[in-house]
Design a protein around this ligand. Sequence first.
Ligand SMILES: Nc1ncnc2c1ncn2[C@@H]1O[C@H](COP(=O)(O)OP(=O)(O)OP(=O)(O)O)[C@@H](O)[C@H]1O
Ligand SMILES: [Mg+2]
Length: 575
Amino acid sequence: MRYYLQILKRYKFSLIISPLLVLIGVVCETMQPGFMAKIVDEGVMKRDISMVTETGVYMILISVLGLVAAVINIYLSSTISVGFGMDLRKKLFDKIQNLSFSDIDRFGTASLITRLTNDITQIQHLVMMSMRILLRSPLLLLLALVWIIRINSELALILTASIPILVITIYIIFKKGYPFFLKVQRKIDALNGMVRENLINIRVVKSFVREDFATERFVEKSEDLKNTGIQAGNIIVIAFPVMQLVVNMSIIAILWFGGGMVISGDLKVGELISFVNYLFQILMSLMMMSMIIMNFARAAASSERITEVLDLEPSLADMSATLSSEHEITKGEVEYRNVSFRYANGENNVLNDISFKVKAGETIAVVGATGAAKSSMLQLLPRLYDVSEGMILIDGVNIKQYKLDELHRKIGIVLQNDELFTGTIIENLRWGATDASVEEIYNATRTAQAHDFIMSFSDGYNTRLGRGGVNISGGQKQRLCIARALLKKPKILILDDSTSAVDSDTEQKIRQNLGKMLGETTVFVITQRVNTMQTANRVIVLDDGKIEIIGSPYELLEKSPTYREIYNSQQMFPQ
Ligand SMILES: Nc1ncnc2c1ncn2[C@@H]1O[C@H](COP(=O)(O)OP(=O)(O)OP(=O)(O)O)[C@@H](O)[C@H]1O
Ligand SMILES: [Mg+2]
């Protein structure tokens, strides 16, 4: 709630005006039946045509006034709700940008997208509805009642029987319906999540020929949603006619008793007509009330999901101690000191007691079986995840003492499944270094063996990449990602299997170029290729989250059976 109030504060002025407009609208609306009574009783019955015209003109003026108030209020409510939606979306987006990998793992990408879109739209819709009818329906009810009592309090007594029934009906809708509406919202969520995941991974689905399976899952979730929707709908289906019935019965009763009063001269015909009109207004206000209750239920579910994200303390927030931190990474020395790590959603440590020291400018190859936690180990360095135990130092300072910005500026990382963004090649390359000169860009792409293939495209560096770089090959994508990381001129460079899709000739060239370009840079390279391992200064062999051995390639050939095995296997089938 506090987030919403913060945002709504910006629209203070309109939010004060809006209830006034609603009040004007309702007053105008409830005056109309009164005028009607006057026309009938004093104009028509007394055959006074000038009275009819005069009152008619008043009626028109009043309804125009009501209309103007309504139009302004609709305009206000639309602009405010859209603005509110935008502000909230921005707030949420900012927050998501600051989440760590482990926070994002916890929510899931699809769910975050749903929260940013669908859930915010629900709340936005509620803001609009609230401004239009939250106040309007009780006001209308109240004023209509006041008028009814003023016309004839005896007749109004009949309503003491029907109004409690109506209120109870609304209460039942609320009580019974609310959990169902919440449930519907959750089901919509599940469906959304499934569809998004399916679309994001559509290539996998297609390549495994699992379309049928995907469709089946979709139908299942859809059916589930439909059934819950029907249950929720049933409550309304029953409630609306009940309300209508009660009001209609009241109208009949009013006509019955009121008719008697008219005949005996205690009530005027026009008054009876306006009485019935007020009853319709009461019915309408009740219908509106139940509608807004439904919307509240839906928005409550969405709101919960939005505040859940907004409330989260990002696990990697720049600690207040680091906010004024002036530490800079100047050399690129790295030390892992008794580091253990477990994923927030995992049961066991994936890394155990990792310790090693790396001098500035060294190239370290990290090898090990798949799942040995090579990627996990190096993702700790730029704090994509935080260590669970122990500490990591760069240039002798705990990485938690650096500003995140500083860490991310000085550490270049090419992730195992790195992605490019929709846009031109050059925009992608400038992603981490907005002010890179053309010279520097060419230098980076040449080093990454990307320049030639970029130039072979007819648009060269202005070639547009589809979402995630779908229109280039896997190896081309990897080389662009390397070039992008090089442009940051990092002090520490992490290459996570970044040349796995590149042929070994090209890879060798990249390696040689990197050696020349990155004299001072500390390089970690996760690799499966012996050639790369052999040219490293030292190699870390990881086995199941522990360091089996660390040493120069030649040392390892002697001492490590695992390393020897990898070496021999690739000597027999040289790449
Ligand atoms: N985001 C995550 N959440 C939970 N567990 C994870 C996550 N990422 C990896 N793991 C687990 O951590 C372990 C190590 O994974 P990691 O990706 O570090 O291995 P790797 O050595 O890089 O393997 P590969 O050579 O296949 O890339 C695996 O058992 C994996 O299941
Ligand atoms: Mg990996």
